[in-house]
Structure formats: structure tokens, C-alpha cells
Design a protein around this ligand. Structure first.
Ligand SMILES: [Zn+2]
Length: 269
């Protein structure tokens, strides 16, 4: 799973798009994926997912639609709301960066961008099947739940909580880099902030640990208070900020940090 560490970038938005009228012969594409390219556009539809590729082989686009449906199911179960995945598969990383409006996407397997997930084909292809499902579910969680107003540890941790929830991966495997630190007697001292998530390629191990630390903070909240409470906390944090959302559970950032550190030690030693 080492490749999946720097898979993501974040954007916001709700996953809503117009559905073609029943019986339409050639259903119109959702707005987020209309008119992307002048030629070479290939479309695959799953049960709920729409996947649009650029010169993408039909077989891999069909597989992507199947994975996107599964990712949508996983996100929908946690959020308690229907999710219609919209996935774009450009021809190259350069094209993915251009679509996402960012300078580069080197090392990222996919990014969330408004209403859609943009796959970075060269890097996505390097992932294991389990890793592909985790990444798509993670990105789709950003799209469906939004990230505005939420601290990075909470939105990345929440996306990984949903991403890993049905992956079958043991916690010590999914959090291997953090587990190595804990075994060496080092526990994180604070919830990871924006600097820890800097995907500048300088410290990929630190970046991996940042995701794992954030994941375990959300996993702790779900284990201790229940998954429904974690989801309500996330929505409350988006609406009113994380401090108020935590206060409703009798927590502050300081008390959460203390309990999260105990949880990290218990889970990974
Ligand atoms: Zn993310």
C-alpha cells in the first residue's frame, strides 16, 4: 500500500447532477463531465456511476465503473445518503493536472475536484485492487461530504475512515508507517496539521503517517462514540467548526488529542 500514501488532493462540493429523463436514447452526461475533450471520449456507466475516459480502453473503463459503483455504495452506507459517482479518467497525469487546475499531480493516484473524482492513470495503475477501492472511496468521500471549514486532520481522517472501513485491511497494515514509530516508542504529540499533509515529495513517510494519524483520530471517534456520531460530528464541523462539534461530545482538541494518543498506542503496539 505504499503507493497510495500520496493519492489525494482535496476540493469540495456536493455530488449532485442532473439525471437524464427516463427513456432517453442517449442519456446526457452530467455537467461535470460534459465536453471535456474534442475527440476520444469514452463513457461507461455502472448502476449509479458515470465514468468518462479519454482514449481509455473499454475494458479498463468498465472496471472503473464497477469500482466506482462499489466506492459509491461504501460512501453511501456511511453518509446515509445516495451517492452517484462521477469519475474522469484522462489520458495522462498531465491531462489530469490540467483538468484539476493544479500544477502537477505527480505521485497522486486520484484527486477530488468539485463534483468529480479525477483519476491519474499512471499512478492509479500501480495500486493493488484493494488500494484502488480505498482511493476511490476516499476521494468520493471528499466529493460527497465536502471539506469546507473542516480541519485537515478531520477531512482526511474521515475520508480514510470511509476508505478503509470495508477494505479488510488490518489496522497495523494500513497504518504501517505509524505502527513502526509506535514500536520505536514514539507517539505523535498533536493532530496532524496542514504542514504534515504537504505533498511536496520531500518526506513521503511523514506524509503517510499524517494520513494514518488522521485516520486513527476518526477511527477512535467511531469506536468510542459510534459511526453515526462521527458522521454527525463531521457535519457539525462543516456547519459550525470543529471546536463546537467536539464540544458537543464533551471533547476539546486537547482532550481528543490525549485520548487519540492512547488509542494509537493501544491499536499499534
Ligand atoms: Zn484526501
Amino acid at each position: 500500500m505504499s503507493v497510495q500514501v500520496s493519492r489525494r488532493a482535496v476540493v469540495t462540493g456536493l455530488l449532485l447532477f442532473a439525471v437524464a429523463p427516463a427513456g432517453a436514447a442517449a442519456p446526457m452526461l452530467p455537467p461535470g463531465v460534459r465536453g471535456l475533450w474534442c475527440e476520444g471520449t469514452v463513457v461507461a456507466r455502472g448502476t449509479h456511476a458515470v465514468v468518462v475516459g479519454h482514449h481509455t480502453p473499454r475494458r479498463s473503463l468498465d472496471e472503473m465503473a464497477r469500482r466506482a459503483d462499489e466506492a459509491g455504495r461504501r460512501v453511501s452506507v456511511v453518509l446515509g445518503a445516495p451517492v452517484r459517482p462521477l469519475v474522469v479518467v484522462p489520458a495522462s497525469a498531465a491531462e489530469a493536472a490540467s483538468l484539476a487546475g493544479v500544477g502537477r499531480v505527480d505521485g497522486l493516484a486520484a484527486v477530488a475536484d468539485g463534483t468529480r473524482v479525477i483519476v491519474v492513470p499512471e499512478f492509479f495503475a500501480l495500486l493493488s485492487p484493494v488500494g484502488k477501492d480505498v482511493v476511490l472511496t476516499h476521494e468520493l468521500t471528499h466529493v460527497a461530504a465536502g471539506t469546507d471549514g473542516v480541519p485537515v486532520w478531520l477531512y482526511e481522517g474521515f475520508a480514510d475512515y470511509v476508505g478503509y472501513r470495508d477494505s479488510g485491511l488490518p489496522v497495523k497494515t494500513a497504518a504501517a508507517e505509524l505502527a513502526a514509530e509506535v514500536r520505536d516508542g514514539r507517539l505523535p504529540t498533536e493532530l496532524p496539521g496542514p504542514a504534515a499533509f504537504a505533498a511536496d515529495g520531500r518526506d513521503p513517510v511523514r506524509l503517510a503517517r499524517a494520513y494514518q494519524e488522521a485516520w486513527l483520530a476518526c477511527r477512535f471517534l467511531a469506536d468510542r462514540f459510534g459511526e453515526g456520531t462521527l458522521v454527525r460530528l463531521y457535519r457539525a464541523a462543516r456547519a459550525r467548526g470543529a471546536d463546537q462539534a467536539l464540544a458537543a461530545l464533551g471533547l476539546s482538541t486537547a482532550t481528543l488529542t490525549a485520548r487519540w494518543r492512547d488509542y494509537v498506542r493501544d491499536q499499534l503496539s
